[in-house]
Design a protein around this ligand. Structure first.
Ligand code: S3P
Length: 426
């Protein structure tokens, strides 16, 4: 994929549905009694992997454009899959599925792509074993392929070392099938889509700061879910609008759940001209966001905000190259275990374009404002968010760039290039 530099970006788009919420809507619909209707579902590869895994366990799931219907029969309605469950590139599918299967009295084997095989699964397999699931896998269940045989579960109190919604959700889903009350405590609050959506499915959950508790034995009742636009996808256009000269972009119906809006806080802190028009939604708040080309200053990003913008750090790094002064990102070692080691891939690729950026143990330091030169080949490394960040970078490069493995963006944003072309004006 080759890009021409020099265009401005103007107009409005509606980014696709939220990835985290789309996964959960299918999973919880499959676990509920009755028919769940999902609107504005994300048809990216990751969420399609979730659909295919649940179909393999006998769940009737129909997909028509962005509408999905799921006919659930409760946890006990899941059937033993006849072949391996392939999660593709999706960490959310892998970890939440393990939590669900921990209580299912049958055998299942989970495999994924090369990237999934490098991502640590012991953060869920260790607590799920403690609850009573039988789990084996490569390096004693640290990496896929992983096989699991669920059974009777006991509640646990789990103190997670990392703020991870995938870990929290996996344990809560196992907790729903356990005897007693399961509690997960995190160092900082991670995204709370599981808690919000389980409540929409009629489950009672107790939340207290960074701690969440659930009583086992509750059942889910089917409901209708509207999936808001994904703020992690919107982030690419928010940054594009702020750094590409003469731009103004409006993004419609973006989810602004406070556990996800770190990017908005950082943009404001750095001086971006951003307006937010809030809209209602039953269980997840939404807004129209408008951004304009802005004069930016560097900032420090650390601590509790990190889980609220962890997926946006690649595009924030690009933003920081166009801000006056130094931007420091720390407390973000989790970046090393995402779809790629995002400290390495962001630093390596932005350096190729001429950015002043250095990796640290738990983040990166970026000095700006630096003109990006381009005229080179860059790679997504098979990571959708690195690919989209580089595509946005091309708009401020002095010369064209060639992006290898651009197809990786289909994981979360299949219409990304279409939207980019819609907004690009010369
Ligand atoms: C997700 C949680 C985050 C995020 C991922 C989606 C989720 O991962 O990076 O893209 O849907 O729960 P962690 O839970 O590992 O932080």
């Amino acid at each position: 994929m080759k890009f021409k530099n020099g265009s401005s970006l103007r107009g409005e788009i509606t980014v696709p549905g939220d990835k985290s919420i789309s996964h959960r809507a299918v999973m919880f619909g499959a676990l509920a009694y009755g028919q769940t209707n999902i609107e504005n579902f994300l048809t990216g590869e990751d969420c399609l992997s979730t659909i295919s895994c649940f179909r393999q366990m006998g769940v009737d799931i129909q997909l028509h454009g962005k509408q999905v219907t799921v006919v659930g029969k409760g946890f006990s309605g899941l059937q033993e899959p006849k072949t391996v469950l392939d999660v593709g590139n999706s960490g959310t599918t892998t970890r939440l599925l393990l939590g669900i299967l921990a209580g299912s009295p049958f055998h299942a084997c989970i495999i994924g792509d090369e990237s999934i095989a490098k991502r640590p699964m012991d953060r869920v397999t260790i607590p799920l074993r403690k609850m009573g699931a039988q789990i084996d896998g490569r390096e004693h269940g640290t990496f896929t392929p992983i096989s699991i045989r669920g059974g009777n579960l006991n509640a646990i109190h789990h103190q997670s070392k990392v703020a991870s919604a995938q870990v929290k959700s996996a344990i809560l889903l196992a907790g729903l099938q356990a005897n007693g009350i399961t509690t997960v405590e995190e160092p900082y609050k991670s995204r709370d889509h599981t808690e919000r959506m389980l409540k929409a499915f009629g489950v009672h959950i107790e939340e207290n700061g960074c701690s969440v508790s659930i009583k086992g034995g509750q059942s889910l009742t089917a409901t209708n879910i509207y999936v808001p636009g994904d703020i992690s996808s919107a982030a690419f256009f928010l940054v594009a609008g702020a750094i590409v000269p003469n731009s103004q972009i409006t993004l419609r119906n973006v989810g602004i759940n406070p556990t996800r809006t770190g990017i908005i806080e950082v943009l404001k802190e750095m001086g971006a001209s951003l307006t937010i028009e809030e809209k209602g939604n039953a269980f997840e708040p939404m807004a129209d966001l408008t951004i304009e080309t802005s004069s930016l200053v560097g900032t420090e990003i650390s601590g509790e905000i990190i889980p609220r913008l962890i997926d946006e750090i690649p595009i924030i790094a690009l933003l920081a190259t166009q801000a006056e002064g130094t931007t420091v990102i720390k407390d973000a070692a989790e970046l090393k275990v995402k779809e790629t080691n995002r400290i390495d891939t962001v630093v390596q690729e932005l350096k190729k374009l001429g950015a002043n950026i250095e990796a640290t143990d738990d983040g990166m330091i970026i000095k700006g404002k630096t003109p990006l030169k381009g005229g080179t080949t860059v790679s997504s490394h098979g990571d959708h968010r690195i690919g989209m960040m580089l595509a946005i970078a091309s708009f401020i490069c002095h010369e064209s760039i060639f992006l290898e493995n651009a197809e990786a963006i289909n994981v979360s944003y299949p219409s990304f290039f279409e939207h980019l072309h819609l907004l690009a004006t010369t």
